[in-house]
Design a protein around this ligand. Structure first.
Ligand code: GAP
Length: 441
C-alpha cells in the first residue's frame, strides 16, 4: 500500500501541456468543441502509438501462443444480443426535474441532491440507458437495418474464435489480441480523456482448459501489473484491486482492476477478468454453430474458459503522461520534464543545429538522415539552444543531438540526455551505436 496522495493540480498541468504542445486537442474546436471527444495531435499520436506498440509487443510479438486480430467496428444486433449487451449494457440514468441535467445514479456522491443545481429530491426514477451507439446500414433507416458500433473489442475475438482456431492451429492455452476503437454513449463522460464516448482499447482473450482458469487468472494479473511497472509507472501510483462479489459482471467469476492514482484518486486503468465459458457458449447458442475445442489426443470436445486483460489505450496514455510529469528547479528556473520511458516518448531524438546558419544546415540534415530511419526524430533550428532543450524536455525527448561549429571540424556532435542533462561528445560515425545502446525497442 502507498502513502502517495493524489495531486489535483496535476490535472490542469497535463491538460494545458497537452493543448500547448499538440498532444491532445478538443475535437471540432473551431465549432465550439464537441464534448467528450478528443483528437490526438502530432505528439499525442506518437505517444498513443507507442503505448499500443508496447502492449502489442508484450502480448503478441513476444508470445508464440498469442495471435492478433482486427475485427470490424460495425456489427449486427445478433452479436450484441448473444453477448448480453443489448439487455445488460446500461447505466442507471436520472433526470433532475429542476435543471433538466442528466446523471448516472451510481456515480452521484449524494443520490438525493443534484450536483448541478443542488436541488433536493429532484431526480426522476432511474431508468436503464443502453450505452451502445446504434446506426443504420445501407440507405434505409429503420427496423431490420440497425447496426451497432462495438462497445468493446472483445466480442470480435469470440465471434471469430473458430476461424482463428482453424487457421492458426493453436490449442489452449492460446490468446487472441486486438487493439481498436470502441464506442460508448457515456452519460457522464469527463476528466479529459479518462472517460470519452470514443476511445481505444487493447484487449486479449486467453482461452484455457477450464480446470486451469484460476491459475491463468493469477498469471495475467501479475503480467499486466508488471507491464505498467516495466514501462516506468512508479510502484506507489498503481495497484491491483480485486472486485467484491456484488461488483462482478454477470459472466465473471473473478475480476481485478489495475488502478492508477489519478489526480482525483484511485481509478480503473484495466480490468482482468475470468469470464468462464460465458461468451463462447452464448455465441454457440445464438448462432447455432459449434464453438469448441476438439482435442485430437483425447478425442474430447470442450469449451475453453477465458481470461481477459482489457485495457484502455487512450486512458493508459493519459496515465503515463500524468506519471511522467515533473517540475524541478534548474539554475533558478523551473524545468518541466516528462520522464517518460524512452519506449513511450513521442520523439526519441531531436536534432538541433546550434544556429540556423547555412554552414551548419547540411551537416544537421545529414545527422537527421542518419537517425530518422531508426527512430522517430524531431528537427528544430529556431530559438536559442537552451529554449529548444526545454521544449524537448517537456515532451519527454530522451536525447538531443546538437550540431555546432566544431562538428564541421571534428565530425562529432553533443548528445544531451533528458533526465540528467549530462552531455557527451560523440563522433558522427558512432552516433547510431551510442543511441542504440540507450534506446531499447
Ligand atoms: N471487454 C471488457 C471491457 O470492455 P471495460 O472495463 O468495460 O471491460 C476495459 O473496459 C477498459 O477500457 C477500461 O479499463 C478502460 O481503460 C477502457 N475504457 C472503458 N470505457 C472507457 C471510456 N468511456 N473512455 C475511455 N476508456 C474506457
Amino acid at each position: 500500500m502507498t502513502d502517495r496522495t493524489p495531486d489535483p493540480e496535476l490535472f490542469d498541468k497535463i491538460v494545458n501541456l497537452s493543448k500547448r504542445r499538440g498532444i491532445v486537442f478538443q475535437s471540432a474546436e473551431i465549432y465550439g468543441g464537441f464534448r467528450s471527444t478528443y483528437d490526438y495531435g502530432p505528439l499525442g499520436v506518437l505517444l498513443l502509438r507507442n503505448v499500443k506498440e508496447q502492449w502489442w509487443r508484450s502480448i503478441v510479438q513476444t508470445r508464440h501462443e498469442v495471435v492478433g486480430l482486427d475485427a470490424a467496428i460495425l456489427s449486427p444486433p445478433q452479436v450484441w444480443e448473444a453477448s448480453g449487451h443489448l439487455d445488460n449494457f446500461s447505466d442507471p440514468l436520472v433526470d433532475c426535474t429542476n435543471c433538466n441535467n442528466r446523471f448516472r445514479l451510481d456515480k452521484l456522491d449524494d443520490p438525493e441532491t443534484c450536483p448541478n443545481c443542488e436541488a433536493k429530491k429532484s431526480f426522476t426514477e432511474p431508468r436503464a440507458f443502453n450505452l451502445m451507439f446504434k446506426t443504420f446500414a445501407g440507405p434505409v433507416e429503420g427496423a431490420g437495418h440497425e447496426v451497432y458500433l462495438r462497445p468493446e473489442t472483445a466480442q470480435g475475438m469470440f465471434v471469430d474464435f473458430m476461424n482463428v482456431l482453424n487457421t492458426s492451429r493453436k490449442r489452449p492455452p492460446f490468446g487472441i489480441a486486438q487493439i481498436g476503437k470502441s464506442f460508448r454513449n457515456e452519460i457522464t463522460p469527463g476528466n479529459f480523456v479518462f472517460r470519452t464516448r470514443e476511445f481505444e482499447q487493447m484487449e486479449m482473450e486467453y482461452f484455457v482448459p477450464p480446470e486451469d482458469s484460476e491459475q491463468w487468472y493469477d498469471y495475467w494479473k501479475t503480467e499486466r501489473m508488471n507491464w505498467y511497472l516495466d514501462l516506468g509507472m512508479p510502484e506507489d501510483t498503481i495497484r491491483l484491486r480485486e472486485h467484491d462479489a456484488d461488483e462482478l459482471s454477470h459472466y465473471s467469476t473473478g475480476t481485478a482492476d489495475v488502478e492508477f492514482l489519478f489526480p482525483w484518486g484511485w481509478d480503473e486503468l484495466e480490468g482482468v477478468a475470468n469470464r468462464g465459458d460465458y461468451d463462447l457458449t452464448q455465441h454457440a447458442n445464438h448462432s447455432g454453430e459449434r464453438i469448441e475445442y476438439f482435442d485430437q489426443a483425447t478425442n474430447e470436445r470442450w469449451i475453453p474458459h477465458v481470461i481477459e486483460p482489457a485495457a484502455g489505450a487512450t486512458r493508459t496514455a493519459f496515465a503515463f503522461l500524468l506519471a511522467a510529469y515533473a517540475e524541478e528547479e534548474v539554475n533558478d528556473e523551473t524545468r518541466t520534464v516528462l520522464r517518460l520511458d524512452s519506449r513511450l516518448a513521442p520523439y526519441k531524438v531531436a536534432v538541433l543545429p546550434l544556429s540556423k546558419k547555412d554552414t551548419l544546415t547540411p551537416t544537421a540534415h545529414e545527422i537527421f538522415d542518419i537517425v530518422k530511419g531508426k527512430w522517430m526524430c524531431d528537427y528544430d533550428e529556431t530559438q536559442a539552444i537552451g529554449r529548444r532543450y526545454r521544449r524537448q524536455d517537456e515532451v519527454g525527448t530522451p536525447f538531443c543531438v546538437t550540431v555546432d561549429f566544431d562538428t564541421l571540424d571534428d565530425r562529432a556532435v553533443t548528445v544531451r540526455e533528458r533526465d540528467t542533462m549530462a552531455q557527451d561528445r560523440v563522433s558522427i560515425d558512432q552516433l547510431v551505436n551510442y543511441l542504440s545502446d540507450r534506446l531499447p525497442d
